[in-house]
Design a binder for this molecule. Structure first.
Ligand code: KIV
Length: 296
């Protein structure tokens, strides 16, 4: 199997595919997935990029920020997604602390995602400040997806989850961050939580595809956290989230029905039970009849 083919008619998505999409003006789709079943459904639906995002800290592990998730936990979930994904580009998120100490540390941690979990690229948050890390990763043959704007790993530094890029200075800094990532060789840049106008300017300026989340429709692609899209979260959705399903309601209803069926003796039915082969059942009947006769 070649790197550009997955053995069926669907061409494998690579970083080169994404670059070509920008040149051709074809939009890019990206979703998060953190386990085999979800990654398989997302891949089979033809989504281009599957991100094992550190959002798993919140939507899967129940933390109230992305900060606590570890490299080992991210590796565990990336491996699960890897077993499912055939066509999409599989990107793993570098968790907080895994690239903030030194570029050497960044390469050591990032290479584990490719070597031990089968990721094809990593994502890290930050622009100019993280350029040394980005360069070192690219030198080490690790494709990098940048991520600027509302970067959740900076929640405390930002003073909360706030839309970024609202002042002229902030817009100029975002533009410098995007250009720095582009020049350093990032293959795409996630733009999160910034005004539509700023995302449009950055998308126009940089040579690599921008993938928006809460950044308006003028990016080269869009990403959502799968639990937001499915309605599988327990907090009010952000303004940019479009819920395509109410999975909480569907799942709760199914669990309630199971509970009622068990309590009322309606589950399992005879047709949901295994049965003895006829000859074994007949032999068992004979033995029991004999026992009954002897006990009279
Ligand atoms: O962790 C994540 O899911 C992300 C996306 C929101 C881009 O970083």
């Amino acid at each position: 199997m070649s790197i550009t083919s997955i053995g069926d008619s669907r061409p494998k998505i690579t970083t080169a595919t994404l670059a070509a999409r920008k040149s051709n003006g074809q939009l890019i789709t990206c979703l998060t997935a953190y386990d085999y079943a979800t990654a398989r459904l997302v891949d089979e639906a033809g989504i281009d990029v599957i991100l094992v995002g550190d959002s798993l800290a919140q939507v899967v592990l129940g933390y109230d920020s992305t900060l606590p998730v570890t490299v080992d936990e991210m590796l565990h979930h990336t491996r699960a997604a890897r077993r499912a994904v055939k066509r999409a580009l599989l990107v793993a998120d570098m968790p907080y602390g895994s690239y903030h100490v030194s570029p050497e540390d960044a390469v050591r941690n990032a290479s584990r995602f490719l070597k031990e979990a089968g990721a094809e690229a990593v994502k890290l948050e930050g622009g100019e400040k993280r350029i040394d890390d980005v360069r070192r990763l690219i030198d080490a043959e690790i494709p990098v997806m940048g991520h600027i704007g509302l970067t959740p790993q900076s929640v405390h530094a930002m003073g909360g989850y706030k839309v970024q890029g609202k002042t002229l200075n902030a817009v100029e800094q975002l533009m410098r961050d995007a250009v720095a990532l582009d020049h350093a060789g990032a293959f795409s840049i996630v733009l999160e939580g910034i005004p539509r106008e700023v995302a449009a300017m950055i998308t126009e300026e940089v040579s690599v595809p921008t993938i928006g989340i809460g950044a308006g429709p003028d990016c080269d692609g869009q990403v959502l956290v799968i639990h937001d899209l499915l309605g599988m979260t327990f907090h009010p959705a952000a303004k940019f989230v479009r819920r395509y399903a109410d999975a909480c309601a569907v799942v709760s209803q199914a669990i309630e029905s199971f509970k009622q069926d068990v309590l009322e003796g309606n589950y399992p039915s005879d047709s949901e039970s295994y049965h003895l082969p006829k000859d074994t059942a007949a032999a068992l009947d004979t033995i029991q009849e004999r026992k009954r006769a002897m006990s009279k």
